[in-house]
Structure formats: structure tokens, C-alpha cells
Design a protein around this ligand. Structure first.
Ligand SMILES: Nc1ncnc2c1ncn2[C@@H]1O[C@H](COP(=O)(O)OP(=O)(O)OP(=O)(O)O)[C@@H](O)[C@H]1O
Ligand SMILES: [Mg+2]
Length: 399
């Protein structure tokens, strides 16, 4: 019977705080001493691995509080990690796509084996070198890739992002004139988060993205700690790459004006920590903070004053609305025949998100449900009429 090879190298901490070998079972059977020896003999032919490339993939069980830090792992001393890894894994017979489990600092934290050199080797020895693939910020991984070409309008924001991008590539060009802190503000659904995502796609591992609400802690001190940890992480990126971006989306959740902080006591420590980090001059050089909000009037004026530029995201004008319809329709695979100008004339006050979600998506769903064969001007105007009717009914209830 082909058994999965597991050597008796696993250990656990007993009640006296001593490391003890764990009982190893194979397919429900207990592995006896002789089984273990026999297995070793069977596999002694396996050749030795020179190098293993590991990817930290997080715990097999999800801890909700650490959700965003799931597979976020940092190693300060690679020689130390080498010794630590060997201590746990020497002797194991492994293959690509299998997992190695940590037994000590983070019990059961899994590392997926991405690559083995040479490819045919299977055995981990004291000679095996361990390498960790660099982690991309966990928030970024969940983001769909977008580029600046996917943004309609918002030209000042795009220009500023391109300056920031240039700074990331050539910080030496800027000297004391580097971009620093930028605030995106404006109506909901006008592309603030989208623009940050486009910048993130360009900057990869040099950008850290957080939502304001994620930075509020459960207990006193948690929130301030999260801010300091975030900036610590950015400082490490600066050390390695020369610059880093922190993007805080929906910053109004933590940067409330002081008069509101009496209602939300839990955010005071977060905004105080943020202010002190943004003021941390020399040690934070190379860090650019971008924040976004659709509620700029709620922001603490002290915090607002830390931003060198406030960029207003406006609702799209007539020609931008046409471009948006064209862009969104190009992303779906259904037939359409539309007089864009005629439809756009009825979309005054609609944001990019409204056009995408309330108009094009509904039309697309109607084609999927075979309610219509193709998207036409008439059909879009009907959807717009329905949306307006619902809005009027909603307003009537509250007036
Ligand atoms: N200027 C734009 N160009 C292209 N697409 C846009 C634009 N504005 C909005 N959209 C579309 O609407 C979606 C929602 O926009 P986004 O989340 O960036 O808005 P936001 O300004 O961050 O809103 P909020 O203030 O509510 O967070 C985008 O993912 C995109 O598909
Ligand atoms: Mg947003």
C-alpha cells in the first residue's frame, strides 16, 4: 500500500514545557518504531534536496482577528530561520504542492512548497536551503488588477499617482521635494478606491492598503498598535526599496473631527497615533500616505492639514458618462446597439458606480435571463426611469 511518508519529527510542548515527539499515525493506524525504520529504509534512495522555495500560506484554521495578517510573515534573520526550519523539517520526504507545518512559534502555520531544487529530489537534509517567497500585501491579493487606463476622468488624481509612481522608481530625483500625503475626496462611487487600486497594481509590494474600519481595535491600545505596526512595515519596505505607500481607504472611520470623537471614543487613539506617525518626519521619509473619504467634512481639521494636496473626485460629465458606458459594455460579452448621447443626457448626477451597477449590470442581467436579446437605447432608458421612480418613492417616504 502506498503510504504517505511522515517521519517522527513532529513535536509538541508538554505540560512541563518540554518538547516531546508527537504520535504519528498513518491513515488512522499508529506508526510503530519498526514501521518508522522500515519507512526510512524504503526512502533512503530518495535524493537530497539542495533548495526549497516555500510560500507562507497561513493557518489551516482561520483566526478572524488576524484575518488580514493570515499569511503575512516576516523574517528578520535568515540564518536563524534556516536553523529553525532544519530543526523541524530535516529528514522529511516532500514534494511540490505539499505543506510543511510549523511546530514551534506558530504551531500548524502552513508553508506550501512552491519549488524544489533539483526537481527530482525529495529529502530535506541539513544541507537544504530554505527560502521564503516575498509576500504581497494581503489586501492587495484580493484586489482585481486595474490600470490607469481603466479610469475615466479624474485627471488630477491620475497625474498625482504618476508622480508618486515616478517617485517610487527614482526617489533620488526628488530630494526634499518628494510627494508626501495626499487626500482623495468626493462623492461615493467616483473612482477613489479604483484609482488607489490602479496605483497598487503598478507599485506591487511597495503599497500597503488598509480600510479605516480595519484599523480600529477591539481593546484599548489595539488601534494605536495597528497604526504603528502599519508604519513599521512601511519603514521596512523603505529600507529595502527606498519608498513605500500607505493607502487608508475610508479614513473618515478613524479620522473623525474631535467633536464626533466624544461619540466614538475608540477612534481617538487611532487618529492620535496616525497624526504622530504622519508627523514623524525623518524616520518616515520615503513613506507616502494616501487617504480617501466621501465625507471630508467629518474629518479632523488637524488631520486634514497634514495632507499636501486634496484631490476632488467629481461626478462624471456628459462625455465621461459616455466613455464609462462604452468601457463597461466592452467588459461584457453581449450584443448592444446604443445611442450613447441620448442615454447620457438622462444620467446627470450619476456616478461611475451608479452607471456600472444600476444601469449596465441590470441590462446585462436582463440579457442573461433572456428578457431581452440585446441591450438597446430604449432598454437603458427604461432602466433609468425605474431607478428614478424608486428614488422618488424613497424621497416621498422621508418627506
Ligand atoms: N472615474 C471612473 N472611471 C471608471 N470607472 C469608475 C469611475 N468611477 C467609478 N467607477 C466604477 O465604479 C466602481 C466603484 O468606484 P470606487 O469604489 O472607486 O468609488 P469610490 O470613490 O471609492 O466610492 P466610495 O466613496 O463610496 O468609497 C469602480 O470599481 C468602477 O468600476
Ligand atoms: Mg471607496
Amino acid at each position: 500500500m502506498a503510504k504517505k511518508k511522515v517521519l517522527n519529527r513532529r513535536v509538541y510542548l508538554n505540560s512541563d514545557n518540554k518538547l516531546e515527539p508527537i504520535e504519528v499515525t498513518i491513515e488512522g493506524e499508529e506508526l510503530t518504531e519498526s514501521d518508522s525504520e522500515q519507512e526510512t529504509d524504503e526512502t533512503s534512495q530518495e535524493s537530497n534536496i539542495q533548495k526549497i522555495l516555500l510560500k507562507p500560506v497561513g493557518y489551516p484554521i482561520r483566526l478572524s482577528e488576524q484575518a488580514s495578517a493570515q499569511s503575512d510573515l516576516e523574517i528578520d534573520d535568515y540564518n536563524l530561520f534556516q536553523a529553525y526550519a532544519q530543526d523541524q523539517w530535516v529528514g522529511l520526504i516532500v514534494a511540490v504542492d505539499e505543506y510543511l507545518f510549523d511546530q514551534m512559534i506558530l504551531p500548524d502555520f502552513a508553508f506550501k512548497i512552491i519549488k524544489i531544487i533539483p526537481e527530482s529530489s525529495r529529502r530535506v537534509t541539513v544541507e537544504t536551503e530554505f527560502e521564503i517567497v516575498p509576500s504581497v500585501d494581503s489586501q492587495l491579493k484580493s484586489m482585481e488588477k486595474v490600470g490607469f487606463a481603466d479610469i475615466i476622468g479624474n485627471s488630477r488624481a491620475i497625474e498625482k499617482c504618476k508622480i508618486i509612481q515616478e517617485f517610487m522608481l527614482h526617489p533620488e530625483k526628488f530630494g526634499r521635494w518628494s510627494p508626501k500625503n495626499v487626500l482623495f475626496f468626493g462623492f461615493p462611487g467616483t473612482g477613489k478606491t479604483l484609482t488607489a487600486r490602479a496605483l497598487a497594481s503598478e507599485c506591487g509590494s511597495q503599497i500597503l492598503v488598509r480600510k479605516g474600519t480595519e484599523l480600529i481595535g477591539l481593546h484599548v491600545g489595539d488601534g494605536a498598535n495597528k497604526i504603528h505596526t502599519l508604519f513599521d512595515k512601511a519603514r521596512k519596505i523603505v529600507k529595502k526599496s527606498g519608498s513605500a505607500i500607505i493607502f487608508i481607504d475610508e479614513i473618515d472611520a478613524i479620522g473623525l473631527s474631535r467633536s464626533y470623537q466624544s461619540v466614538r471614543g475608540d477612534v481617538i487613539e487611532v487618529s492620535t497615533a496616525l497624526l504622530s506617525e504622519m508627523d514623524g518626519l525623518s524616520e518616515n521619509s520615503g513613506i507616502i500616505t494616501i487617504a480617501a473619504t466621501n465625507n471630508i467634512d467629518l474629518l479632523d481639521p488637524g488631520l486634514r492639514s497634514r495632507f499636501e494636496e486634496e484631490i476632488d473626485f467629481e461626478l462624471p460629465d456628459n462625455s465621461e458618462r459616455v466613455q464609462m458606458m462604452q468601457l463597461f459594455l466592452s467588459q461584457i460579452d453581449v450584443p448592444y446597439e446604443i445611442s450613447y448621447q441620448e442615454v447620457s443626457n438622462h444620467l446627470d448626477g450619476w456616478s461611475g458606480r451608479d452607471i456600472k451597477e444600476k444601469l449596465i449590470k441590470i441590462a446585462f442581467h436582463n440579457v442573461v435571463l433572456s428578457k431581452i436579446e440585446k441591450i438597446t437605447t430604449h432598454h437603458l432608458l427604461e432602466i433609468i426611469r425605474n431607478v428614478r421612480k424608486k428614488q422618488d418613492e424613497g424621497n416621498a417616504i422621508f418627506s
